[in-house]
Design a protein around this ligand. Structure first.
Ligand code: ACO
Length: 330
């Protein structure tokens, strides 16, 4: 059976840089508070009206060019996002339309911060069984229009940013590629990090009352998220390592979902990793949910931090709660 290799990656973030000081002009917060609690210094925001599919398209164009491929060479799209352009249909078909490749399947993955690894797991299974040979895996988010930019929303508004990252995946018979993926969820904690509406649990699905009650805003029990993320992410990394007879010392690069620099530091400490083994870029982009891992991966490749034969490990944690890991021989 072949393994799944990363043929090319690409990412896109909008040009508008939003600093902590700019946020402090909108709500009662400060550069010091944000930096201390999250590590974030800047994030990118799109111009109003930019769609999630559009930022994914930009990242895809880069990856296709690097792969020396045309959109028509793709035979499947797997699109992970928390912030779809519409209630339905999903973003995958909009990206497919922009790419001009009708007919191929477009799967939407809704596992929030874990979406990229969940999508990787599905794509990996399809590639290994030969169902598809050129899968475009996308993690893309437009968070900025949903943020509550008043003091009431400051606990989450300062964390999130916009962006997209993609990978083109295909089969290889060489001794490299995805070694294993590990997926988890625990719906007991669904309301600890969520957006209540719009949704069919409300009649009607959306109303001025729903909006007045702020149910269309992200709600987060920050300390609970912190506690679970900093436990589940290292556990999932250890599971991935054990499954392949490896130890933390074997890791060349760990790319944790960029939730919060403090969480990444906890994960690093628990696994006993050196600074050079862990990728952090949340300082620049904030938390871009499903896009954070592919953006960080693309930057790590560009920085020369991954070479053929290196061991790459991914881990994520997010709303659901969902969490996941993957071990990849580069
Ligand atoms: N600026 C200034 N003060 C703030 C801000 C802000 N942006 N946000 C909250 N505060 C205030 C609170 O109102 C509170 O004030 P009070 O003591 O007067 O009531 C005080 O700061 C402390 O609030 P806590 O919520 O207790 O702050 P905490 O130390 O827990 O830090 C944080 C909050 C950073 C969110 C933390 O809980 C955390 O890191 N949680 C992890 C969640 C996370 O990073 N999520 C990312 C998205 S989810 C994901 O990707 C997995």
């Amino acid at each position: 059976m072949p393994r799944t290799e990363f043929i090319a990656t690409g990412f896109y973030v909008p040009p508008r840089v939003v600093t902590n000081d700019e946020l402090a002009g909108m709500m009662d917060t400060s550069d010091e508070w944000i930096t201390q609690r999250s590590g974030i210094k800047t994030r990118r925001w799109v111009e109003p009206g930019t769609t999630c599919a559009a930022v994914a398209f930009e990242a895809t164009t880069t990856a296709l060019t690097r792969a020396g491929m045309k959109a028509a060479d793709l035979d499947c799209i797997v699109f992970a996002t928390t912030t779809p352009d519409h209630f339905f249909p999903g973003n995958g078909v909009y990206l497919q339309r922009m790419l001009g490749i009708p007919g191929i399947p477009a799967l939407d993955v809704r596992d929030q911060c874990s979406g990229f690894i969940y999508g990787l797991s599905v794509a990996d299974a399809w590639i290994r069984t030969g169902q598809y040979r050129r899968i475009l895996l996308v993690g893309a988010e437009i968070q900025s229009p949903g943020l509550d930019l008043t003091t009431a929303g400051r606990d989450t508004a300062v964390l999130f940013g916009d962006g997209a990252g993609v990978a083109i995946l295909g089969p290889t018979d060489a001794d490299r590629g995805v070694l294993s993926t590990h997926l988890y969820a625990d719906g007991q904690h669904a309301e600890k990090l969520w957006m209540d509406g719009p949704g069919v649990s409300h009649v009607p699905w959306i109303s001025s009352e729903l909006i007045a009650a702020g149910k269309h805003r992200v709600r987060m029990e920050g300390r609970e998220v912190f506690k679970h993320a900093s436990t589940c992410m290292p556990q999932s990394v250890m599971t991935a390592l054990h499954a392949n007879g490896l130890t933390p010392a074997d890791i060349t690069l760990l790319i944790p979902h960029q939730a919060n620099l403090r969480i990444s530091e906890m994960v690093q400490k628990q696994l006993g990793l050196r600074d050079d083994q862990v990728v952090n870029n949340i300082q620049k982009y904030g938390n871009t949910t499903a896009a954070s891992i592919p953006i960080a991966l693309d930057e790590a490749i560009a920085d020369g931090r991954l070479k053929r034969g290196d061991l790459l490990v991914l881990t994520a944690f997010g709303s659901g709660f969902t969490w996941a890991s993957a071990a990849i021989r580069w």
